[in-house]
Design a protein around this ligand. Structure first.
Ligand code: HEC
Ligand code: HEC
Length: 305
């Protein structure tokens, strides 16, 4: 165990790949692509970066071997298949599009900044020093995915697809039924997920509570959660045709995001009020609609403005 935040880069100090089972069972692996690269310090760094993405908890979770700065989830729980799966927040456009201006922060963001955003919000945790080995490795790996092609997939779509909005508000009550039928078996009755033996991470990640993403995460916006769930849940190894209808996806998203979770807020978010997305659940707003209406919809009128 060595705390290397802010330390000088020493490639030989990269830990051996963890032997723990990871929570991301998958049909496709980019691992061979990495392993086939010629031996170099860069390759070692990339392999470590991939490890940190799919086994974040083992290194940076509550019992992490490097530091305890996150909630026990893995980056790969939402960036499926180490950020290479289509419609599952794939990283493939990051190298080409960053640094870029983002309205949430109101500034030009680097990849490092964006990684720390997900650490503080999606992993309800703390930032990594920008000069740490771990940050270098994560950023190197994320950029490297730009060159990936997936014969099993066709074109990889980055980000999460946005579903057409419903004419009605998303229903927490209907969503509870969808949850019971389609999600409980893995994510648990109380959305608490299921830990791996040894508690180094989750087999099934939590959907709410302190151990899940907090209210400042992208997933706390209904459109992001509904789109992710529609295309990726219930989880299957091969990404097949969606199993839920759009209505079921919106409703289950409403149920999940109606449950309690970490309340960390960032006062500097969305400095320009009018730039807030239609489903951003915290006012003040440039329009007259309530927080409740922005959170659950109906969104039609709000989107038109
Ligand atoms: C709870 C789900 C979740 C977890 C866990 C998570 N992220 Fe994210 N991440 C997202 C979502 C959703 C987005 C897209 C947000 C948006 O569209 O604005 C995103 C966006 C990103 C982006 C920007 C991608 C782009 O194309 O602009 C990077 C980089 C990133 N995450 C890195 C990470 C890293 C590294 C970790 C682990 C330390 C992590 N994320 C953990 C949900 C998550
Ligand atoms: C067969 C088991 C299974 C079922 C059923 C399932 N999930 Fe998941 N879910 C997973 C796994 C496994 C992951 C993490 C995938 C990874 O790390 O590669 C995940 C990740 C997630 C995530 C992102 C990480 C997080 O914890 O926030 C969300 C959100 C999610 N599931 C929601 C749902 C919803 C909603 C349903 C029901 C419609 C559902 N899941 C059904 C296994 C399942």
């Amino acid at each position: 165990m060595g705390l290397i935040l802010g330390s000088v880069l020493l490639y030989k100090s990269i830990p051996n790949p963890s032997t723990t089972e990871n929570s991301s069972p998958k049909a496709f692996s980019d691992e061979p692509l990495l392993n086939n690269l010629p031996e170099s310090a860069k390759k070692t760094l990339l392999i470590y970066g991939r490890e940190l993405i799919i086994n974040t908890a083992a290194y940076l979770g509550p019992n992490g071997s490097i530091a305890s700065i996150s909630n026990g989830m893995n980056c790969g729980n939402c960036h499926l298949e180490a950020g290479t799966r289509s419609n599952a927040n794939a990283y493939i456009k990051v190298a080409a599009t960053y640094p870029k201006f983002k309205p949430r922060s109101g500034r030009v963001e680097s990849v490092t900044f964006r990684v720390n955003d997900c650490l503080q919000r999606s992993l309800n945790g703390q930032i990594l020093d920008t000069l740490s080995m771990e940050m270098m490795a994560i950023v190197a790996y994320i950029k490297w995915t730009a060159g990936i092609s997936r014969p099993d997939h066709g074109e990889i779509h980055p980000g999460t697809p946005e579903l057409p909005v419903l004419a009605r508000a998303a229903s927490v009550i209907n969503g509870k039924d969808v949850f019971r039928t389609n999600c409980v078996v893995c994510h648990g009755n109380n959305g608490q997920g299921q830990l791996l033996p040894g508690a180094t991470g989750y087999k099934y990640p939590p959907l709410w509570g302190d151990k899940s993403y907090n209210v400042s995460a992208g997933m706390y916006r209904l459109s992001k959660l509904a789109g992710f769930v529609k295309y990726n849940m219930p989880y299957t190894e091969k990404q097949g045709a969606p199993m839920l209808t759009d209505e079921q996806a919106w409703d289950v998203a409403a149920f999940v995001n109606s449950q309690p979770r970490g309340n960390k807020r960032f006062g500097s978010d969305w400095p320009e009020m009018a730039a807030k997305p239609y489903d951003y659940p915290f006012g003040p707003y440039a329009d007259a609609y309530s927080e409740e209406r922005h959170k659950y919809g109906p969104y039609g009128d709000i989107k038109k403005k």
